[in-house]
Design a binder for this molecule. Structure first.
Ligand code: ADP
Length: 449
């Protein structure tokens, strides 16, 4: 299809040439390799380049990072390319399909690694947390680390120093030090990647073709004479990942992300709703590339046959006027979500408006397993935990349900092991979690609740 044509063209022609290493195309990491700090290459390629498994690779695109080389072949991605996860892509500022420079380098054992949080957060047991989750990782100054907090929150750190000042491998003797707070690079770019999305492979593929590609490479679309979209409608039941997919898209493309919700906009005083929408578009254009996410769009733009008040009419015409006025096509994209696609004003779905639609459905068993894997990543799971079985018996559960289930199972194990702990404090707690394991029964009893 033409879409695949475009993809292939991108892969072959684009990406800045960096002189030092071999230019290799970035592929998505398979789920089992996410968060491990590795780059997966086909054994044949490793041999051809004269590298060896376990060797440290330097990856360069807009920034530099280091990972461990891991042999593996991927049925889906073929035999060439380098598979790296979202965090590694973030650390070099590259997206899937970009060509990056790769070369083998020497690394040393880390004596010390300094981690600076981007928020003022209490950290307890940093040493244990890091040793448990990052054994054998190689760190470079500038790398980003996202740590899960006890209550399912996330905290970001940057590596602000390593001793020796070289790519440094974590060993049992590595000392982790908490550095002073550092600024997040851009708080309007979500730190979410496609790795956080389970069971949405085809949907992500579609969003990459329709939005990510024109956003990254507008020249290609112009050349071929295809217009980049201004609006995409995501539809499906609540909790299936519509918001998450919009955020991941922004995270992967380093796009400015703003969101508004239909009910929130409608709850404002006379004139304020339109003013707010204008302000959001103004900011989005100023900070392009940008994603504007509108949740529950049906509440601002219901079908005309349904009761439509004056406010709705004004808000819809304001929204349409702003979308018609988008100059930087492909650089500002409005993504709207609804669980009732048939209940929105058809005027919104005309060409030049929300003229692409992607269904985000309820996950099947395989999808549920992927989602469970994502939400238990970084949890100390006991040996008896059988996520396949949980996936099998959670028919009808959406992503939000499975996230809540995983969180509840973790809380149960925490309460069981540490009745004295204060669960109201959202902390990163390496030392507390070190003592416990989340068991299969914790999932079982959370399910029965
Ligand atoms: P929607 O916008 O469709 O109502 P969200 O994207 O807000 O749903 O999902 C809410 C939460 O549920 C997410 O933050 C995430 O934790 C979890 N979740 C939902 N869908 C998925 C998915 N496909 N994969 C992983 N987690 C998911």
């Amino acid at each position: 299809s033409y879409k695949n044509g475009i993809l292939e063209l991108t892969f072959k022609q684009l990406g800045p040439e960096k002189p030092k290493g071999r230019m290799v195309e970035v592929k998505e990491a398979a789920q089992q390799h996410v968060g491990r700090g590795v780059a997966v290459l086909h054994p044949g390629v490793i041999r051809r380049y004269g590298w060896a498994a376990g060797q440290i690779l330097e990856l360069v695109y807009n920034k530099k990072t280091h990972v461990k080389l891991w042999p593996g072949s991927s049925k889906e991605h073929g035999t060439d390319g380098i598979s790296i996860d979202g965090v590694t892509r973030y650390n070099i500022g590259a997206g899937i399909g970009d060509k990056i420079s790769v070369r083998a380098v020497e690394a040393v054992d880390a004596e010390q690694i300094v981690l600076s949080p981007t928020e003022n957060i209490t950290v307890d047991g940093l040493q244990e947390y890091m040793l448990r989750n990052y054994a054998n990782h190689v760190f470079t100054t500038g790398d980003s680390i996202t740590a899960g907090t006890r209550l399912g929150g996330r905290a970001q750190f940057f590596v602000t120093g390593t001793k020796p000042a070289k790519p440094a491998i974590v060993t049992e003797r590595t000392i982790f030090k908490l550095g002073s707070m550092t600024k997040a690079v851009n708080p309007y770019v979500p730190r979410i990647t496609y790795d956080e999305l389970g069971g949405l492979k085809n949907e992500v593929q579609k969003i990459r073709e329709t939005v990510e590609l024109p956003m990254r490479h507008p020249e290609l679309f112009e050349q071929i004479g295809i217009e980049a979209p201004k609006g995409v409608l995501l539809y499906g039941p609540p909790g299936t990942g519509k918001t998450l997919i919009a955020k991941a898209l922004a995270g992967e493309t380093s796009a400015h992300f703003t969101s508004l919700s239909g009910p929130e906009i409608m709850g404002r005083h006379y004139g304020e709703s339109e003013e707010r929408i204008r302000e959001i578009f103004r900011q989005a254009e100023e900070h392009a590339p940008s994603i504007i996410f509108i949740d529950e769009i049906d509440s601002i733009a219901p079908r005309r046959e349904e009761v439509t008040g004056e406010v709705e009419k004004r808000v819809v015409s304001q929204l349409l006027a702003l979308m018609d006025g988008i100059k930087d096509r492909g650089k500002v994209v409005v993504i709207a979500a609804t669980n009732r696609p048939d209940s929105i004003d058809p005027a919104l779905r005309r060409p030049g408006r929300f003229d692409r639609e992607i269904e985000i459905g309820i996950p099947d068993e395989g999808g549920r397993l992927e989602i469970l894997n994502i939400h238990t990543r970084g949890m100390p799971l006991g040996d008896g935990v059988d996520l396949r079985q949980i996936a099998r018996i959670t028919h009808g559960f959406v992503g939000a349900d499975l996230a809540a289930l995983s969180r509840e199972a973790a809380m149960r194990s925490l309460r069981r092991a540490l009745p004295e702990i204060d669960l109201d404090q959202d902390k990163i707690s390496g030392s507390a979690l070190q003592k416990i394991k989340v068991g299969h029964d914790d999932f079982g009893s959370a399910l029965r609740e």
